[in-house]
Write a protein that binds this ligand. Sequence first.
Ligand code: ATP
Length: 260
Amino acid sequence: MSDDPLAELSGVARTYGGVAVLEDVSVAVFPGVTAVIGPNGSGKSTLLGALAGAIEPTDGRARYVGPDAGRPIGYLPQRVPFREEFTARETLAFYAGVAGGDPDEALARVGLSDAADRRVGALSGGMRRLLGIAQATVGDPPLVVLDEPTSGLDPGMRERAFRTAADASGADTAVVVSSHDLDLVDEHADRVVVLDRGRVAAAGPRDRLCSDHGVDDVAGLYRAVVAGDAGGSGDAADAGSGDADRDEPSGVHVTGVSER
Ligand SMILES: Nc1ncnc2c1ncn2[C@@H]1O[C@H](COP(=O)(O)OP(=O)(O)OP(=O)(O)O)[C@@H](O)[C@H]1O
């Protein structure tokens, strides 16, 4: 795998109505799988949206720095505005028209071949999520950003969805995925970004972060880093800030097609 980043967020801030949601977030996205984890409302979706170019930072900037700068980013937002009357195949044909790739191959990748001729409006919530993953990965974009790809899926489908997402990464391609599924993150992520209250509390290779914090897995890392979850919010918050200074920035993962 290349050691060069494919994308970067530099000093990104985002406010809504004057309230800071992201503050001074600097993250570099490397080839492989980067998981963004953190409590509800910590800013994961906002970070992924900024990385995908769907959310404009109030300050700082997001940029794609990899070799395929002309190609679209695959992006799966939390809610995908699919056309309900299109079939699954027609939906992917639409996205393939933008990003390239084969709609049927993308459907097969997420196990939806048998549903190719069903209308999107008739799909279950879980199938719709899988269609969203197919939509974000069709054409094999160099950067795929997936916001909670496993939400609404049963355990077997969650595993499949995460594996499909991980398989979309490669030596020169990056997948950034937000998730509350810490076991799957532990299994599949090469790098982890921990967000806490809009700031990067820790970021870097999974193994190194776990070793630095003296924990065995990503669930332990989360408990060690996230403020208020380690038996003393002050200490935990301080530890998080220190990590942000020390740890290298890391990456993010999305589905959907985003204009850059
Ligand atoms: N369009 C918006 N307008 C106003 N506030 C927003 C908007 N989008 C996000 N926020 C606020 O920003 C904060 C961070 O939201 P975000 O969705 O990025 O967090 P998250 O970590 O993805 O949360 P979750 O795990 O619950 O999905 C929340 O307090 C949310 O209410």
